[in-house]
Design a protein around this ligand. Structure first.
Ligand SMILES: C[S@@+](CC[C@H](N)C(=O)[O-])C[C@H]1O[C@@H](n2cnc3c(N)ncnc32)[C@H](O)[C@@H]1O
Length: 394
């Protein structure tokens, strides 16, 4: 791009997006490009074209209008080269996930200025960020897990089995405990008095915290039992905070399903006691000792596109559809485990699921080159988890 244009981009505040042209644009193509961009203000969006490079100068744009305009011109007689260029323009813009909004326009420049906080670091220190966890005295010395436990499905009560594992030896725990909904699991009941339920769960979580490495993460998928008015996700999060883990955040797993009929509980069309409906579950993410996890660069397997998509912490993933096939009432889908593992762990890390069910976590850990340990109290589920691992080719 020439210097004049660079200066202009700086002065008028454009974001410049270079796009390569594959082929040669005809005069007709060029006049079509002109017609498309004439529909927009030059101070919002414009372009410069040279032999093999097309530079988009972007300040703000009504993206839907741009897409529609381009679509209209695509029906005209245009060359393959222009067709490809127009597709690239749309996909480049679509891949920009950080922008402000003003009416229908996406703002690409200066939209985040007003949110800049002067002296942010000092203010953070004054506020005492994650005050509930910053006096924790977890050991920073991590240990190796004995070989006998690696890549194994272990059958039994997690409370007993976890006690055998060394302190600070697990990189990532991803799990979905029984929710106490009254589901029909093979080997245990799922409807206890709530206090008894949480006491048992917390004694298992105490072991999880102990065996987690310094810098390790525990991620719990949980759906509260709304009909009992028990916010399990808050209760569990509070427990981890009391144990001085750092709350890294929360992912909303949007399942797009409805969990009850309108009239199942509460009042119908009356403020007396309306029942709120949820189509999502939560993933609560906690870190031991530090937010940063160490790992080798060559063991990162998340792609740029996956990273950009998944750090937006509302994940739209359909519920698992094969629960009948596995005869398990509460599996999570492989896609959920895949995202968690790739976003929060490195290849060859040790991943543990202490409520492994039919082995979704351990299966995904295996196919993504992590080492794993899965525990479940049901021998039938453990057998299925092992059979599932054996379906992989390696
Ligand atoms: C919500 S399910 C997990 C399902 C799993 N995520 C999957 O996709 O297959 C909870 C599992 O915890 C197991 N479980 C319940 N209490 C347990 C305990 N004390 N120790 C180990 N597993 C237990 C149940 O058998 C059940 O399979």
């Amino acid at each position: 791009m020439n210097e004049f244009l660079m200066n202009e981009a700086r002065n008028i505040n454009y974001k410049v997006i270079p796009i390569s042209i594959e082929g040669k644009l005809t005069m007709h193509d060029k006049s079509i490009l002109k017609n498309i961009f004439n529909k927009f203000k030059v101070t919002d969006i414009k372009y410069d074209i040279s032999e093999s490079e097309f530079n988009l100068f972007l300040n703000c744009v009504d993206f839907e209008k741009l897409k529609e305009t381009i679509l209209n011109y695509k029906s005209e007689k245009i060359s393959e080269t222009l067709l490809l260029l127009l597709d690239k323009i749309i996909s480049e813009l679509d891949s920009i996930k950080s922008y402000g909004l003003k009416g229908k326009k996406r703002l690409y420049v200066g939209y985040d200025k007003e949110r800049k906080v002067r002296g942010r670091k000092e203010k953070e220190n004054n506020r005492n960020r994650y005050y509930y966890a910053n006096k924790s005295d977890f050991s920073t010395i991590n240990n190796e897990i004995p070989q006998v436990y690696i890549n194994k499905i272990l059958c039994g009560d997690s409370l007993d089995i976890l006690k055998k594992l060394p302190d600070n030896s697990i990189d990532l725990i991803f799990t979905s405990p029984p929710y106490n909904f009254g589901l029909d699991y093979e080997s245990n009941e799922d409807a206890h008095d709530w206090e008894k339920y949480f006491n048992k769960l917390f004694s298992i979580f105490d072991e999880c915290i102990r065996i987690l490495k310094y810098g390790g993460r525990i991620i719990v998928n949980i759906q509260p039992l709304f009909s009992d008015y028990i916010p399990s996700h808050h209760i569990i999060s509070n427990y981890f905070m009391k144990k001085q883990l750092i709350w890294k955040g929360e992912i909303l797993w949007e399942k797009n399903n409805y969990n009850c009929k309108y009239t199942a509980w509460g009042s119908w069309k009356s403020p007396s006691n309306p029942y709120l409906k949820y189509t999502w579950e939560f993933l609560e993410i906690f870190c031991k000792g530090t937010l940063k996890k160490t790992g080798k660069k060559e063991n990162i397997d998340i792609t740029v596109d996956e990273f950009k998509k998944w750090v937006i912490s509302r994940w739209s993933i359909a519920p698992e559809r094969n629960m009948k096939e596995y005869n398990h009432p509460a599996m999570f889908p492989e896609e959920l485990a895949m995202r968690v593992l790739k976003l929060f762990s490195f290849q060859s890390d040790i991943v543990l699921d202490p409520f492994n069910g039919v082995g979704t976590t351990t299966f995904v850990a295996k196919i993504t080159n992590r080492r794993f340990i899965g525990i479940d109290i049901s021998p039938e589920y453990c057998e299925k988890a092992i059979a599932r691992l054996n379906t992989t080719l390696f």
